[in-house]
Ligand binder design. Structure first.
Ligand code: ADP
Ligand code: MG
Length: 363
């Protein structure tokens, strides 16, 4: 390049110099790219290779909560599970029906008197519960608490109520009456009460997964007594295998769902909480319209992007029954379901049919 050419280049004129510069830089850029690629590949493969599974179980929300997590060491795993269980306990204290200091208990005590100021988390869950009530046309209804009280499902003093009592309590059960503000909730009739037993566990599992994800965890599964939240595949890239309990035979599975995306698999079963009187079995999922336990299904499993959605919908579908339930599932994107009828017939939504494994059949 002549001196004249160089001056032109410095002034930003003429076409040749840029091509020439790129020519000299190209090998260097390629070299750096290769080095970066090798380093990234080494780091990711090493971290995957050194991540080991850890499992922890604690009693929370009246159930055993199990965490399975892949971490590089036991210190890291322990720190993650401690932060997780602390956060889950904090949320349980807000949403518990029985803890007199919870947001929920404060709302229920003030029914018919005044609105109660509560935490944003509680507002969020109640708002979502009302949304699911509305899309299920009242099959899911968090104001079902007075009916649950009559049956003794809250305290464990089980009994079959008289039809008169059920009718009287039924007047207090209507999700459309609940008034939700930005930071407060009001139940306008004395005797009304909210129960978040059909949705809170799912919400708490979601918040737990979010916390794990923020702290860098990429492979974990939380099982809160049948409410399962999943974060990524296992560390080797394989799916988690979620088994669905056989509704009648202990220790047997009716289906297995392999799952590896962020999401949730939640089951509601009539075998979870029940009592027997005069040879009849009564369980804890009530049809808000009749006041009696819903009887057209014995188990409903919902797969959805969040555990809260799967939790609320599994309870809702249980009440809605096979036809209406399946129609609702097919209308919602990202939501799938397996329902089991009292005759042990399996109904599987379209998006799950090719994925689900049925141990009873040679598939
Ligand atoms: P589990 O608690 O066994 O996992 P579910 O998620 O199906 O089961 O929730 C059942 C709980 O939901 C009951 O214990 C009760 O607290 C509450 N519940 C019962 N019937 C209804 C209903 N129709 N709508 C909303 N919540 C309900
Ligand atoms: Mg539920």
């Amino acid at each position: 390049m002549s001196r004249f050419d160089r001056r032109k280049a410095e002034a930003g004129e003429g076409p040749a110099p840029t091509r020439e510069k790129r020519g000299t830089l190209a090998p260097l850029i390629i070299f750096i790219a290769i080095v970066v690629f090798i380093v990234v590949a080494l780091v990711t493969s090493r971290s995957a290779a050194t991540e080991r599974p850890f499992s922890y179980t604690e009693l929370l929300m009246d159930t055993e909560v199990n965490l399975q997590i892949f971490c590089r060491g036991s210190g890291e795993a322990r720190r993650a599970k401690e932060a997780l269980f602390d956060e889950m306990k904090r949320l349980e204290r807000l949403l518990s029906y029985s803890d007199p200091k919870s947001d929920l208990a404060r709302i229920n005590r003030a029914a018919g008197e005044r609105p109660v100021e509560i935490s944003p988390e509680t507002v969020e869950v109640i708002q979502k519960a009302l949304d699911y009530s509305s899309i299920s046309e009242g099959a899911f209804d968090p104001t079902v608490a007075p009916l649950l009280e009559l049956w003794g499902f809250r305290e464990g003093d089980y009994r079959v109520p008289d039809p008169d009592e059920l009718e009287e309590a039924g007047v207090l059960v209507d999700y459309r009456l609940v008034e939700v503000g930005t930071a407060e909730v009001y139940l306008p009739r004395p005797g009304m009460a909210l129960d978040l037993g059909g949705i809170a566990k799912g919400y708490i599992v979601d918040r737990g997964l979010a916390l794990l994800s923020q702290s860098g965890v990429r492979h974990a599964l939380i099982n809160a007594g049948g409410d399962i939240g999943i974060l990524g595949p296992k560390a080797d890239g394989s799916p988690w295998r979620v088994g669905i309990k056989h509704p009648c035979t202990d220790g047997e599975l009716i289906a297995v769902i392999p799952w590896m995306k962020r999401g949730a698999v939640v089951t509601s079963g009539d075998y979870e909480r029940f009592f027997v009187e005069d040879g009849v079995r009564y369980h804890h999922i009530l049809d808000p319209r009749t006041g009696y336990p819903a009887s057209s299904l014995v188990s409903v499993t919902v797969v959805a992007p969040t555990a809260m959605e799967a939790d609320a919908l599994s309870t809702a579908l249980f009440v809605m029954g096979p036809q209406r339930g399946l129609a609702l599932v097919e209308s919602l994107s990202g939501v799938e379901a397996i329902m089991v009828t009292p005759q042990l017939e399996l109904l599987i939504s379209s998006g799950l049919r090719d994925l689900v494994e049925l141990p009873g059949e040679n598939k």
